[in-house]
Ligand binder design. Structure first.
Ligand SMILES: O=C(O)CCC(=O)C(=O)O
Ligand SMILES: [Fe+2]
Length: 502
């Protein structure tokens, strides 16, 4: 299959719709098979490159505005309210095509009182939902002579097959799959490596009983957070079953344990689920009520997922797939290694810019990423649980509609890294309640009471690391052997940084 990968612009523009500028301009490569699987655009919109083989071009009808690139026109339209957008869309085919773009309607609807109150019916698109249009009230004007990468790109990304990216994982990249793991094995060999545990989730009652139907039956009227909205589970599932967003809205709720009245941990009577023993205790538990957020329910349709990030506060995480399956691609983090291809971080590493949707990233950067040293990949199937070590970059995409639970934690083996993060990067700390004004101090104080030996060991490790780094620095600047004078001092930061998410 890989031998048939060709730049899409080389394909015959007559019989293959998505040829022309859109793929080339994005620097995208795509297999011929996956291009053939893309249906015609429902309005007939085509990539910009097709204008050069057509004698007609609808953009001509917008007069002097045709001088503006489509990207700029799209920015203008973001400022319009729904009735203006609707009226403008009835002036000519070109503007009709633009004003139908669901991204505008998504922003308009998410900010609307209906979305906030949760009292609305999902109608298949953001536009139909915003305007309360039933299926037969939606007209479809033929836009055969609208050529626009800006309009065509999201459609292409929504319909591109994920298969070429998530299968045929090179053996060297494959994430280890383990039946089981002891605490000693985890602490000794595995706490810095991603792995998939194939068994422990199978005994969880939530694994045995949860599916979309069952959840709807019990919790259909409960509101859960999905990015910027709080919708009932029923509304979210309606959306999930009937939408075609390039980046589907992702349910990611940190209050699910209370909302669903779950009991977490084997010590509970009739527990709903428990944490595999290999991960040991979570040292943030010493903070009690003051601990940062740590548990999320994750629900999403196929193609939803998480763009590249590191988990918050230098924590590690596990992610258990209850239904569906997830493709993971991950990179270790170190001060000397760059972020994954296509991901840019600010100098202090506090901001991550990955402006691309998951599909765009796969189309544009996956091939390079796969060849990058350190890259690991794997599919975590139903009933399996994946370990995300502290500091690792990860991108995740759901291969089917999925339900998962994730928890972040501080294992013993990463205590030093977490202390260093909290002390050296206070501006990047996240997930603590506002009244915890000094997370580092509070954590150290609580650790001194419950785990003083472990804490002292972690401080000693940090001192040692700082000492080694100082020696390396001295050697590099040529003052080896001298007492280091003022002017430069090391924190105990290891040089890595951690961006917040989920
Ligand atoms: O399931 C996902 O989308 C991944 C969530 C995530 O990033 C995590 O659990 O750390
Ligand atoms: Fe994550």
């Amino acid at each position: 299959m890989k031998s048939s990968v060709v730049p899409a612009g080389c394909l015959d523009s007559v019989d293959i719709q998505p040829s022309g500028g859109v793929l080339e301009s994005l620097g995208l490569e795509q297999s011929a098979e996956s291009l053939h699987s893309i249906p015609p655009h429902p309005l007939g919109i085509k990539p910009s490159g097709n204008q050069y083989t057509s004698s007609l071009n609808s953009k001509g009808s917008i007069g002097p505005f045709q001088l503006f690139p489509d990207e700029l026109l799209a920015i203008f339209l973001e400022y319009l309210d729904s009735s203006t957008l609707r009226f403008l869309g009835s002036t000519c085919k070109f503007l009709y095509a633009f004003c139908r773009s669901d991204d505008f309607w998504k922003s308009l609807f998410i900010d609307s009182p209906e979305s906030k109150s949760g009292s609305f019916d999902w109608r298949g698109t953001w536009r139909s939902t915003c305007l309360a249009l039933s299926h037969d009230q939606v007209c479809r004007v033929n836009c055969d002579f609208v050529f626009s990468d800006v309009l065509y790109r999201p459609f292409l990304c929504t319909h591109t097959s994920l298969e070429p990216y998530t299968t045929d994982i090179p053996r060297a990249n494959a994430i280890a799959r383990l039946e089981n793991l002891s605490f000693d094995e985890f602490s000794g060999r595995w706490s810095d490596k991603p792995f998939i545990l194939t068994k422990p989730v199978h005994e969880w009652p939530v694994f045995k009983s949860w599916n979309t139907e069952a959840l709807l039956h019990q919790y259909g009227n409960i509101k859960f957070r999905a990015e910027a909205v709080d919708w009932t589970l029923q509304t979210y599932v309606d959306y999930m079953n009937n939408s075609s967003d390039e980046s589907p809205l992702y349910l990611f709720d940190r209050g699910f344990v209370d909302k669903m009245q779950l009991r977490v941990g084997k010590h509970q009577s009739s527990p709903s689920y428990w944490i595999p023993e290999c991960f040991g205790e979570d040292l943030f538990a010493v903070l009690g009520e003051n601990r940062p957020d740590d548990k999320w329910l994750i629900v999403g349709p196929a193609r939803s997922g998480s763009t590249f990030h590191k988990d918050p506060n230098a924590t590690s995480a596990w992610n258990a797939v209850i239904r569906g399956s997830k493709y993971w691609i991950m990179f270790p983090s170190s001060a000397s290694s760059p972020p994954p291809p296509g991901v840019y971080v600010s100098e202090d590493q506090s901001e991550v810019t990955s402006p691309l949707s998951i599909a765009e990233w796969l189309l544009g950067f996956h091939a390079e990423a796969r060849k990058t040293p350190g890259c690991v990949e794997g599919v975590c199937n139903e009933g399996e649980i994946l370990h995300v070590p502290s500091g690792w970059w990860h991108l995740v995409v759901n291969l089917d509609a999925s339900i998962a639970i994730t928890q972040n934690f501080v294992p013993r083996s990463h205590l030093a890294g977490v202390l260093s993060f909290l002390k050296d990067k206070p501006d990047q700390i996240s997930g603590f309640k506002k009244d915890v004004v000094d997370p580092y101090g509070t954590f150290v104080e609580r650790m001194q009471v419950d785990y003083s030996e472990l804490l002292n060991q972690a401080f000693a490790d940090l001192e040692k690391t700082a000492e080694v780094r100082k020696r390396k620095w001295d050697a590099a600047v040529g003052n080896a052997g001298e007492e280091s004078g003022g002017g430069f001092s090391f924190g105990f930061g290891g040089g890595d940084s951690d961006e917040e998410v989920p």
